[in-house]
Design a protein around this ligand. Structure first.
Ligand code: ATP
Ligand code: MG
Length: 426
């Protein structure tokens, strides 16, 4: 009977051809975070459900309808993390990392949201998260934006991404604005789309980023948050804009950018591309000065971003910025009495001598014709051949598989290493 079990919808396998690309991307993400002096943290994928309810907000899309929540065997409600910030703050508080001290942190890993799967939107996806605690000025907001920009530059995709920027003011300013926005929305209630009507009284700011055309037209005349900002919020935003300008980072002001999660204040930003269709936001973040206190810590300013790695890899692939990578550089083959042992020893010797080369030892015997076919299929650059005479006198025969005209060479082990090095460098 055929066993037919399939993956959970929206949860992807990354196969060898994919992981080769992902590893290139991940390497640049790690190196860039390190280059800015940020340190890695790793949190569990599961947290207590109420962490997310308290941090993200009960009436957000994420908590209302996207979380994977279940009771474990002891009856405790747990959720797969839909984002990393809440868990990162929880970890910092639990291990006393942010009391009276600053932290610049990053993490990378899977997140889970029960959304409708489509290109660039999955139920298990991956984020690079960057979070900074203990700094309240616009300089650090600018720094994390510069960090993201440095990533685009290293990937060679800076021209394909636009920075959208907004400020949400302080929570007090937002409160007053909210009242005036609700009044406006109520006056146009019958013309709003259904989602926006529902949000008018639960989460009115979210109405601002409604994708509905008619609602969009109505919002043209809605009160603007910018008109409700006090001098401090204004100065913070102006300071950030100036720093970005000084470092040559272009931005667009978008006063309808509010972000999906409740915890943001002041700075919010997104990097968007039009090369990916509807799922065009590759990276989004902002300031969340109230969250640490809300989760039981001392008031601590904080700012961060989340970068969607699937969308990044999709964009890199669309723009041809990742190289397909050979899995094997050197294929070691052999035939005859004692070949298996000599192959294993030779492969071990070569791995020590050429630590950066990918060296695969042929297993399973068979004639040389079959073994060469394997090496070709793997697109190995060189073959190391151990036939009867090599086995007898301890030499290695080297064949350059990337250059059919190059003659085969039978050499002593040390000379063989040199020859292989030359082939790999060509
Ligand atoms: P969207 O508006 O696309 O739903 P979001 O505002 O919900 O995004 P955030 O919570 O800000 O997303 O997460 C940061 C980034 O993570 C997004 O900009 C996106 O690149 C990525 N991301 C979010 N949800 C998904 C998903 N379901 N699948 C793939 N990537 C995602
Ligand atoms: Mg979303």
């Amino acid at each position: 009977m055929a066993l037919s079990v399939q993956a959970v919808r929206g949860m992807n396998d990354l196969l060898p051809a994919d992981t080769a690309l992902w590893q290139q991307a991940e390497k640049i993400l790690r190196e860039t975070a390190a280059a800015f002096g940020y340190s890695e943290v790793r949190m569990p994928l599961l947290e207590k459900t109420n962490l997310f309810c308290r941090a993200i907000g009960e009436v957000t899309d994420v908590v209302e309808k996207e979380m994977y929540t279940f009771e474990d065997r002891s009856g405790e409600s747990l959720s797969l993390r839909p984002e990393g910030t809440a868990g990162c703050v929880r970890a910092c508080l639990e291990h006393n990392l942010i009391y009276n001290q600053e932290q610049r942190l990053w993490y990378m890993g899977p997140m889970f949201r029960h959304e409708r799967p489509q290109k660039g939107r999955y139920r298990q996806f991956h984020q690079l998260g960057v979070e900074v605690f203990g700094l309240n000025g616009p300089d650090i907001d600018a720094e994390i934006i510069m960090l993201s920009h440095a990533l685009w530059e290293k990937f060679g995709i800076a021209d394909s991404l636009t920075l959208q920027l907004n400020t949400l003011g302080s929570s007090a300013e937002r409160q007053i604005y909210r009242e005036s926005l609700v009044q406006f929305l109520e006056a146009h209630f019958d013309d709003l789309d259904e989602d926006s009507r529902r949000r008018t009284h639960t989460n009115p700011l979210r109405v601002l980023d409604s994708k509905d055309e008619k609602t969009g037209a109505i919002l043209q005349d809605a009160p603007k948050l910018a008109d409700f900002l006090g001098p401090e919020s204004r100065a913070h935003f102006d300071g950030l804009c100036q720093l970005l300008t000084d470092s040559g980072i272009k931005y667009e002001l978008n006063n309808r950018l509010v972000r999906g999660l409740d915890y943001y204040n002041l700075t919010v930003f997104e990097w968007v591309t039009d090369a990916l269709g509807a799922q065009g936001t590759v990276c989004g973040g902002g300031r969340y000065d109230g969250l640490v206190e809300q989760l039981g810590g001392a008031p601590t300013p904080a700012v961060g971003f989340g970068l969607g790695m699937e969308r990044l890899v999709l964009l890199l692939s669309a723009l041809n910025k990742l190289q397909a990578q050979r899995a094997v550089d050197i294929y070691v083959m052999g035939s005859g009495e004692g070949a298996a042992s000599a192959q294993a020893k030779t492969a071990a010797f070569l791995r020590k001598a050429l630590p950066h080369a990918r060296i695969m030892n042929h297993c399973g015997g068979g004639n040389f014709k079959k073994q060469f076919r394997r090496a070709d299929k793997l697109e190995a650059k060189a073959a190391v051949i151990l036939g009867e005479s090599e086995l007898k006198d301890g030499t290695l025969t080297i064949k350059d598989l990337s250059n059919q005209d190059a003659p085969q060479q039978t050499l002593a082990p040390e000379a063989a290493v040199q020859a292989l090095q030359q082939i790999l460098q060509a």
